[in-house]
Design a protein around this ligand. Structure first.
Ligand code: FMN
Ligand code: SF4
Ligand code: FES
Length: 627
C-alpha cells in the first residue's frame, strides 16, 4: 500500500458514511468535507481533529465493518479527517487481527484452535472447515466466505468456538459455541439479523448458596436494570456514596484485595495512589480484554451480570476521584459488549451514570471501547495506547499508571473480577472479607476449568481449596482416565503434575511450587493429550501476539517456536539435550530482558513442561506422527 495522503483515491460513499457516523460530519474541506468559499485558504481544524485521535480505532473498525477490509481510500479519508499520517494509521490497522489491510472476504469465520479447544477436537473441526470452505484464508483472499484459525475465543468451557465476522450494509459479529460446520453453515445461511448460536445453559457450576462474585448471575435478568435493582443491585453504590471515598478505600485495604488480572497487585494501594494524586482529571478503566488462552470468567460476569460491572466501576470512579470510566472489552466478545452497551444506557437513564449520581455531587460516565483482536492490548499501558488511537504497544514503567496513565493522567486499572469483589467487600465489610480464604489470599476466586474434565465451567471457590478438590468438583478427569498434567494460569502460566493436586489454590501456595494462578485457568489434560502439541500452540500464540517492540521477546518467541518444531520433528540442532538447554536459555533471556509481562512469561509454560519431563522424551515425535 502506498502510504501517502491522496493516493488511495476517494472512499466509497458507504465507507465515508461509516466513518462520518463515528467522527461526525467534516467541518471543512480541509477535513475531507465539501469545498466551500468559507473554507478559504487557511488550514483549520488540525488541533481539534488531532484531539479526536482516540476515535481512530473506532473509525477503522467502522471501515472494516463496511468493506471487509481497511481500503486505501477509506484509510486516506480517516487520515484526512483526523490529520494523522497514513503510515501511522496503517500501523495501527495492521496491528489488530480483526482488521485487515488487504482485500478480504466480506464474511470471515474465526475458528478457535487454541489450547482448551485442541483437547476437544479443534483440529478435526478445522479439517471439516477445510473440506467445506477450502483452505484457511491468506491475505488477499476475496472468496465470499473464508475462514481462519483463531486464538482462544473465551468460550473454552464449551469445547469449541467460532466467531463470524460479516461486513457490508448490516455488519455483524456472531459467536457460535459449541461450534460445528453445520451450525456455522446455518448461521451463514441465516444472513443478517441471526442470533448468536450459544448454549443457553449457565457455565457457572458453583452452587448458588456459595456464590459471592457470581451472586447475581442466573438470578437477575442481565438485560434489565429494574431486575438487577430488585435483587439488591445498586445498594452498594448507595452505601459507597454514604461512606465517602476514604471510607471505601479503607475497606478495600482492610479486605486485602489483590488484583485478579494476573499481577496480584493490592487494589487498595492502587486506588489510594490515584485518589491522592493532585493532577486532574483522573480516569478509571475496567480491563475486560480477557484474551489469555483458557480464560472466560470475565465474559461470564459481563454477559450475565453487566450491571454489576457498571456499578462496581462507578464505585471505583467515586473512590478514586475519577471523572470518567472506560471499559475496554475484547473485540471477540460482541454479545458481552452489547450487554454492556445496554447496561450503560439504562444506568444513564436512571441517574446512575452522568451528572449528580443518585442525587449526589458525584458526576461520572462510562465509555465502552472495543478491542480489535490483540492479546497485548490487555497489558494496561498497551491498553492506554489502544484507547488513545496508537499501536497497542506497552510503555516502559515508570511512570506507573497511577502517576501518568491514560492521556498521561492518573489512572486506575482493574480487572473485571477484581471489581466484582468490590461489591462483596462493601456488602460484608472489609474485615469480614479478609476472614475468607487465607490471610494473604482473601476472598473467593473464579476458576476457568476446561479440558479433560466431566463438568467444565466456571467455579467460584474460597481461596484455600486444593487443586484436587477443584478437579473433583468438576467431576474428575473425563472417563476416569489418568491425569497427565494441569496447565495453571493460562498460556502464560505453568504446567503442574499430579503431585500438585494437594496444593491449595492460593497466591502463596501456588507461587511456592513455581506456578501462578494467573487469570484463573485450570486446563486439565489426561494421558491421551499430546502436551508437545499444546506447547507448540502456546509458542505459536506468543510468536503471533508479541508486539515486536523489544528484541528478547520478538526474536525469542520465534526461536522458541522453531526449537519446539525441531524437537517434535526430531531434527535437533546438535543433540536433544543441547536443544533443551537452549530452550531454557532463550526462556531465561526473555524473562529477564523483555519490557513487559508477555515476553517475561512467554516461556513459562515451556520451561515448566521441561522441568516436569513432559517434553524432551523419546516419544514426542511418535505421538505427533500418530495424529
Ligand atoms: C500480555 C498481558 C496481557 C494482559 N491481559 C490482561 C487482560 O486481558 N485483562 C486484565 O485484567 N489484565 C490483563 N493484564 C494485566 C494488566 O496489565 C493489569 O495488571 C491488570 O488489568 C490490573 O488489574 P488488577 O489489578 O485488577 O489485576 C495483562 C498483562 C499482560 C502483560
Ligand atoms: S515483551 Fe514482547 S509484547 Fe512486551 S513490549 Fe516487548 S515485544 Fe512487546
Ligand atoms: S475458546 Fe477455544 S481455547 Fe478458549
Amino acid at each position: 500500500m502506498d502510504l501517502r495522503l491522496g493516493v488511495g483515491g476517494p472512499p466509497t460513499s458507504a465507507e465515508k458514511a461509516a466513518v462520518d457516523a463515528v467522527l461526525g460530519d467534516p467541518e471543512s474541506s480541509w477535513l475531507g468535507g465539501e469545498r466551500t468559499a468559507a473554507g478559504g485558504h487557511i488550514a483549520r481544524g488540525g488541533h481539534s481533529a488531532r484531539a479526536q485521535r482516540h476515535l481512530l480505532l473506532p473509525a477503522l473498525q467502522a471501515v472494516q465493518a463496511s468493506s471487509g477490509w481497511v481500503t486505501p481510500g477509506a484509510l486516506d479519508y480517516v487520515c484526512t479527517r483526523l490529520t494523522i499520517p497514513p503510515a501511522e494509521a496503517y500501523g495501527v490497522a495492521a496491528f489488530y487481527s480483526l482488521l485487515r489491510t488487504e482485500p478480504a472476504a466480506t464474511t470471515v469465520v474465526h475458528v478457535c484452535d487454541d489450547i482448551a479447544c485442541r483437547c476437544q477436537g479443534a483440529e478435526a473441526l478445522c479439517a471439516e472447515m477445510e473440506k467445506r470452505f477450502g483452505p484457511p484464508s491468506e491475505p488477499g483472499d476475496t472468496r465470499a466466505v473464508s475462514w481462519v484459525r483463531s486464538p482462544c475465543l473465551g468460550r473454552c468451557e464449551q469445547g469449541s468456538a467460532a466467531l463470524i465476522q460479516r461486513a457490508g450494509q448490516s455488519p455483524e459479529m456472531l459467536s457460535i459455541a459449541p461450534a460445528s460446520v453445520a451450525k456455522i453453515e446455518h448461521a451463514l445461511g441465516n444472513g443478517n439479523g441471526s442470533k448468536p448460536l450459544l448454549d443457553p445453559t449457565s457455565p457457572v457450576r458453583t452452587d448458588p448458596a456459595h456464590r459471592r462474585l457470581l451472586r447475581q448471575v442466573d438470578v437477575a435478568n442481565p438485560g434489565s436494570l429494574s431486575s438487577y435493582r430488585a435483587h439488591g443491585g445498586y445498594q452498594m453504590l448507595r452505601r459507597a456514596l454514604d461512606m465517602g471515598p476514604q471510607g471505601i478505600i479503607r475497606e478495600i485495604k482492610e479486605a486485602n484485595l489483590l488484583g485478579r488480572g494476573g499481577a496480584a497487585f493490592p487494589t487498595g494501594l492502587k486506588w489510594e495512589s490515584v485518589a491522592n494524586n493532585p493532577v486532574r482529571p483522573h480516569y478509571f478503566i475496567c480491563n475486560a480484554d480477557e484474551s489469555e488462552p483458557g480464560t472466560f470468567k470475565d465474559r461470564v460476569l459481563i454477559e450475565r451480570d453487566p450491571f454489576g460491572v457498571v456499578e462496581a466501576l462507578t464505585i471505583a470512579g467515586y473512590a478514586t476521584g475519577a471523572e470518567r470510566g472506560y471499559i475496554y472489552i475484547r473485540g471477540e466478545y460482541p454479545e458481552a459488549a452489547e450487554r454492556l452497551c445496554e447496561a450503560i444506557e439504562q444506568a444513564r437513564t436512571q441517574g446512575l451514570l452522568g451528572a449528580s449520581i443518585m442525587g449526589s455531587e458525584f458526576h461520572f460516565d462510562i465509555e465502552l471501547h472495543r478491542g480489535a483482536g490483540a492479546y497485548i492490548a490487555g497489558e494496561e499501558t498497551a491498553l492506554f495506547n489502544s484507547i488513545e488511537g496508537h499501536r497497542p504497544e506497552p510503555r516502559n514503567k515508570p511512570p506507573f499508571p497511577t502517576q501518568a496513565g491514560l492521556f498521561a493522567k492518573p489512572t486506575g486499572v482493574n480487572n473485571v473480577e477484581t471489581l466484582a469483589n468490590v461489591l462483596e467487600i462493601l456488602r460484608i465489610g472489609g474485615a469480614a472479607f479478609a476472614e475468607l480464604g487465607t490471610p494473604t489470599s482473601t476472598g473467593t476466586r473464579l476458576f476457568c476449568v476446561s479440558g479433560c474434565v466431566e463438568r467444565p465451567g466456571l467455579y467460584e471457590l474460597e481461596f484455600g481449596a486444593t487443586l484436587g478438590e477443584l478437579i473433583a468438583m468438576a467431576g474428575g478427569v473425563s472417563g476416569g482416565r489418568p491425569l497427565q498434567t494441569v496447565l495453571l494460569g493460562g498460556a502464560a502460566g505453568s504446567f503442574v503434575g499430579p503431585a500438585a493436586l494437594g496444593t491449595p489454590l492460593t497466591f502463596e501456595s501456588v507461587r511456592a511450587i513455581g506456578a501462578t494462578l494467573g487469570s484463573g485457568v485450570v486446563l486439565v489434560l489426561d494421558d491421551t493429550i499430546d502436551v508437545t502439541d499444546i506447547l507448540r500452540r502456546i509458542a505459536q500464540f506468543f510468536r503471533d501476539e508479541s508486539c515486536g517492540q523489544c528484541v528478547p521477546c520478538r526474536v525469542g518467541t520465534v526461536r522458541q517456536e522453531e526449537l519446539l518444531a525441531r524437537m517434535i520433528s526430531r531434527r535437533p540442532l546438535g543433540s536433544p539435550e543441547r536443544e533443551l538447554a537452549l530452550l531454557m536459555d532463550i526462556g531465561g533471556v526473555m524473562r529477564d530482558a523483555s519490557i513487559c509481562g508477555l515476553g517475561q512469561t512467554a516461556a513459562a509454560a515451556v520451561q515448566s513442561a521441561v522441568s516436569l519431563g513432559l517434553i524432551g522424551g523419546p516419544s514426542d515425535g511418535d505421538r505427533v506422527a500418530q495424529q
